[in-house]
Design a protein around this ligand. Structure first.
Ligand SMILES: Cc1cc2nc3c(=O)[nH]c(=O)nc-3n(C[C@H](O)[C@H](O)[C@H](O)COP(=O)(O)OP(=O)(O)OC[C@H]3O[C@@H](n4cnc5c(N)ncnc54)[C@H](O)[C@@H]3O)c2cc1C
Length: 327
């Protein structure tokens, strides 16, 4: 492909938005995606419904039509796939970026399939690849998963769902509705306040009527073949029968990858990557961040709806620089 204006790492909604904007503005680019188009969304639960309404997930004002106000995962896959195919975006799928090195102001990007050179790099790698682990004995048992897909699998089984935010609550309700015996293990005192406003009353009612058992102020201590040990804030331990554990306690960005790129990350628990919020350029010149990766451990700060603007900000900054270099 020769020397590109931009190499975009990650073909999620925001990486795609960056590619589309670059293409519209006449810049050469490639989107490098380690999985299928919008890999994270592809791996969301089969029946997942977004908390955003469809127009807030639109990129470049391309209409997103969904049956209900809040689209389902399949509708989002359709939408973003159509943007890629209709606009013939230059995207390389199932091609993982392994290493990026900068020499003489040019980025050398090594992937699982080849090499690319670019004047600018945009990192839009999201945060869905690395789950927050429970770090307890037994977490590596095959019955434990940090991702949830389909409730059918759990019918007739004793399922413990760990977590209190949207992913955990959706999974708990779905599994219970398909015939699983569900126990929720919640670290805090209540179901998360960010749980979708139309879902929260549903789970609270199911807990109050006793259909779903919830242990508050509780954490998992150990996981065994047929049981689960939990402990509460008083240090009391309880062992419950268990077939499957869905540990849905959130995800985090690949900080090692960011550090490999030379991006500074704060040392506190937020682990914020350094970038200029006006331009999205990091402390490494010509290297940008886009999408939810910007939030570090604050994974509830950035969403598609408020990070889709990064694409236009970054491309405008690159064009501005090019203009200054070659007036
Ligand atoms: C269950 C769930 C529900 C959500 N619901 C909403 C919602 O309703 N509204 C909203 O606005 N936001 C929502 N979000 C948050 C946000 O929309 C998503 O995280 C969204 O996918 C972020 O887009 P992104 O392009 O920044 O990152 P991602 O979509 O995560 O895209 C990153 C891409 O980078 C790829 N990648 C990673 N590393 C590499 C590498 N080394 N080489 C090549 N490719 C790589 C990944 O495969 C992935 O496709 C939700 C998140 C989750 C987890």
């Amino acid at each position: 492909m020769g020397l590109l204006d931009i190499a975009i790492i990650g073909g999620g909604p925001i990486g795609i938005a960056c590619g589309l904007e670059a293409q519209k503005k006449g810049l050469s680019y490639v989107i490098l995606e380690k999985g299928p188009i919008v890999n994270s969304l592809f791996n969301y639960p089969a029946n997942m419904q977004f908390f955003s309404s469809s127009e807030r997930l639109e990129i470049d004002d391309i209409p997103f039509i969904s049956k209900e106000a809040k689209p389902k995962r399949d509708e989002a896959l359709e939408y973003y796939r159509r943007i890629v195919t209709s606009n013939k975006l230059n995207i390389q799928l199932f091609e993982k970026v392994l290493e990026v090195q900068k020499a003489n102001d040019i980025f050398h990007v090594r992937t699982s399939k080849g090499q690319y050179q670019a004047n600018h790099v945009i990192v839009a790698t999201g945060f869905y690849d690395i789950p927050n682990l429970l770090n307890v004995p037994g977490e590596d048992l095959p019955k434990v998963s940090h991702y949830y897909d389909n409730p059918h699998y759990y019918a007739g089984q004793k399922v413990a769902v760990v977590g209190a935010s949207n992913s955990a609550i959706d999974a708990a309700l779905e599994c219970w509705r398909k015939g699983a015996e569900v126990t929720l293990i919640i670290r805090g005192t209540e179901v998360g306040q960010r749980v979708k406003y139309w879902v929260r009353p549903d789970i609270i009612n199911r807990i109050e009527e006793g259909s779903i058992t919830a242990f508050y102020n509780s954490t998992v201590k150990a996981i065994h073949e047929d049981t689960l040990e939990i402990t509460n804030e008083k240090g009391e331990t309880k062992t419950i029968p268990n077939d499957f554990v869905l540990a849905l306690t959130g995800y985090k960005p690949n900080f090692q990858f960011l550090e490999m790129l030379g991006i500074h990350i704060t040392k506190d628990e937020k682990r914020l990557p350094e970038y200029d919020p006006e331009t999205m350029e990091t402390n490494v010149e010509n290297l940008y961040l886009a999408g939810v990766i910007c939030g570090g451990m604050e994974t509830h700060k950035w969403f598609i709806e408020n990070s889709r603007i990064h694409a236009k900000m970054i491309v405008a900054h690159i064009l501005d620089k090019n203009q200054k270099r070659h007036p």
